[in-house]
Design a protein around this ligand. Structure first.
Ligand code: ASP
Length: 311
């Protein structure tokens, strides 16, 4: 039987519905711990509670702590895989941080739930069981950090939360999942081609992110420079364009040696240097804006943050 390290961080998967108020609340004792017997048939589980917080409270510092915890716990070779339970709001960010900041071939699988532990149709224990089954599967090795919910296996790089409340919220737009979980087994049908490793030791930089909108002025970019941000990510229009009113702000940041990264605010396709008009991708590239192909804004931001912190 495989040995799986189970790290809890909180989120809805560890919460309860208060039937008097109708609010979903953090539970002092993690309800998943009471259900571990149901999971032990798939792997030998060692549980650690790293944090017990809603995922909107998770910061890059927490992600760094998780990276260090995984390194510390897995160096002995005792574990065959790692499962992390996490709130779904920022789950994709923690998953992508760990994708960049860890270099182990061991499966690292994140999971969560959309319905808390005592709600009808709660998906927590089921998703945890699926994540453990994936982490214990030989074919999960060398595929980078994975996200498993609702019978699907996604890469940390491509997955995103697409629905505020539906249990099938986690999707990989344009790419799809790389495998599925069924009653009989774990079936991978794709594998990622490459992986980047950024050996971050401390979070020492600040990166801002802005979604570009019609007529957007340069003042927020000037403010980012004044406030000491070390990098800026822009989610631009379509194939990678911005309004001309943003150009003075971009020029200012670049003149201050603050990297400006451009992604598309469309969730399919990539930003590239196609249009040669004022504010078009060609002009931005000539100015020194860097294009990040195929990442969402929140992931491009983490990649820039970790790149700057690893220097
Ligand atoms: N707001 C919750 C959180 O991210 C949502 C969830 O876990 O599904 O902690």
């Amino acid at each position: 039987m495989k040995n799986i390290l189970l790290i809890h961080t909180g989120g809805t998967i560890a919460m309860k519905l208060n039937t008097d108020t109708g609010g979903v609340i953090v539970s002092a004792a993690n309800p998943l711990t009471m259900e571990i017997d149901k999971i032990q048939q798939f792997a030998r589980i060692t549980e650690i509670e790293a944090f017990n917080i809603p995922s909107p409270h998770i910061t890059a510092e927490h992600m760094l702590n998780l990276k260090d915890l995984i390194a510390e716990q897995t160096t002995s070779g005792e574990f065959d895989g790692v499962v992390i339970t996490h709130g779904t709001d920022t789950l994709e960010e923690t998953a992508y941080f760990l994708e960049l900041a860890t270099s182990t071939d061991l499966p690292i699988v994140l999971t969560g739930a959309m319905r808390s532990s005592n709600e009808i149709g709660s998906d927590g224990v089921y998703n945890l069981m699926s994540a453990v089954r994936v982490a214990a599967n030989e074919n999960a090795h060398g595929k980078g950090v994975l996200v498993v919910l609702n019978d699907e296996i996604h890469t940390a790089t491509n997955v995103t939360k697409t629905h505020a409340s539906n249990v099938s919220t986690f999707q990989s737009p344009q790419y799809g999942p790389i495998g599925i979980v069924t009653k009989s087994g774990i079936h991978f049908h794709h594998a990622p081609l490459s992986r980047i490793f950024l050996p971050v030791q401390a979070i020492s930089k600040k990166v801002a992110m802005f979604k570009v909108y019609e007529g957007m002025a340069s003042d927020l970019l000037h403010a980012a420079s004044t406030m000491g941000y070390d990098g800026v990510v822009l989610e631009g229009f379509g194939q990678g364009n911005v309004p001309p009113t943003l150009l003075p702000g971009i020029r200012h940041l670049l003149s201050e040696k603050v990297p400006v990264i451009l992604v598309s605010r469309c969730f399919n396709g990539i930003a590239q240097d196609v249009y040669a008009y004022e504010g078009g991708g060609k002009m931005l590239k000539e100015m020194g804006v860097q294009f990040e192909h195929g990442l969402s804004g929140q992931k491009a931001r983490l990649k820039l943050l970790l790149t700057l912190c690893s220097k």
